[in-house]
Design a protein around this ligand. Structure first.
Ligand SMILES: Cc1cc2nc3c(=O)[nH]c(=O)nc-3n(C[C@H](O)[C@H](O)[C@H](O)COP(=O)(O)OP(=O)(O)OC[C@H]3O[C@@H](n4cnc5c(N)ncnc54)[C@H](O)[C@@H]3O)c2cc1C
Length: 256
């Protein structure tokens, strides 16, 4: 069983993100960057599945030069090999171009399963894994809060507002996992040392058999507006009708 896992390097979510006023895009240079916290769950899920099936995990990332650090981190956690797509012409890629590149990388790795985060902490489109699945013609299972393999099938508990749906598909498939599906392990010193001798490929657009002309961004961020200020809450004085007013308010919000 070969499992590919997507990892993305993002500006540290605990820092204050900054937008470039000329492009309306996140400033990624000269800022602290980390493994996207959501992808740590994907790595752990892939490692657990591989350990249970004596399989292997291949890490795939597209990103700038420093994205190599997150590939190495995933390998230090236990992944057997890594593939870093690094090409200066990919700077400014939108979600579709990213998906095209990642789909080509997946074709090269030829895994039985791809595991990814549900949405990144920076771009937040939540579209890349499903777009990769579509480009490959594979099923896409999203929001997995539990994931298991049985023979040639993947089965997930897909988180819903009411609980979960049980969804299954034939392999190969793409699955996105939610935060909390597991407790990601920390890289150990042994893992960090061991990762140094494992294969790690760095590939360009042409190495993947793609044409740079077909990867120019189709999206443009035309404006960015600050989120509206939070409104003051509604105060309910209890004259005996407070419970009813609160219940009505929650019903109005469709919470109950
Ligand atoms: C005009 C324009 C220019 C942009 N320029 C850049 C840029 O220069 N650099 C940049 O990073 N973003 C850029 N973006 C944002 C870009 O859309 C997304 O960051 C990126 O393409 C993936 O989308 P997302 O982060 O919303 O992924 P989501 O769909 O929210 O991510 C879900 C999961 O997919 C996987 N994934 C997503 N992206 C990658 C990746 N690159 N490698 C491996 N796994 C991945 C991860 O597992 C992630 O948890 C740009 C957007 C626009 C509109």
């Amino acid at each position: 069983m070969r499992i590919a896992v997507f990892v993305k390097q993002v500006p540290d979510p605990s820092g204050a993100g900054r937008l470039d006023p000329a492009t309306n895009l996140l400033v990624r240079e000269g800022v602290e960057v980390v493994l996207d916290p959501g992808d740590a769950y994907g790595i752990e899920a892939a490692l657990q599945l591989a350990e249970a099936s004596q399989g292997e995990v291949v890490v795939i990332s597209m990103g700038g030069e420093r994205a190599l650090e997150v590939v190495r981190k995933a390998m230090a956690m236990g992944a057997g090999s890594g593939l870093h797509v690094f090409d200066q012409r990919l700077g400014g890629s939108d979600a579709l171009a990213t998906a095209r590149v990642l789909a080509a990388a997946v074709s090269r790795v030829a895994p039985d399963l791809v595991v990814a985060g549900t949405e990144s902490t920076d771009g937040y489109t939540g579209t890349v894994p499903a777009a990769v699945a579509e480009l490959l013609g594979w099923p896409s299972l999203t929001f997995a809060k539990h994931l298991e393999l049985s023979g040639g099938t993947v089965r997930v508990q897909r988180q819903t507002p009411a609980g979960h749906d049980l969804v299954e598909a034939d392999l190969p498939a793409v699955v996105t996992v939610t935060g909390g599906i597991n407790e990601p392990r920390y890289p150990t010193l042994k893992g960090i040392m061991g990762a140094k001798s494992r294969p790690l490929e760095q590939l360009s657009i042409e190495d993947l058999g793609l044409d740079a002309a077909g990867l120019s961004p189709q999206q443009r961020v035309v404006a960015v507006a600050p989120a509206p200020q939070r409104q003051a809450g509604r105060v309910v004085e209890d004259d005996g009708s407070a419970a009813r007013l609160i219940a009505d308010y929650l019903a109005e919000l469709k919470v109950i």
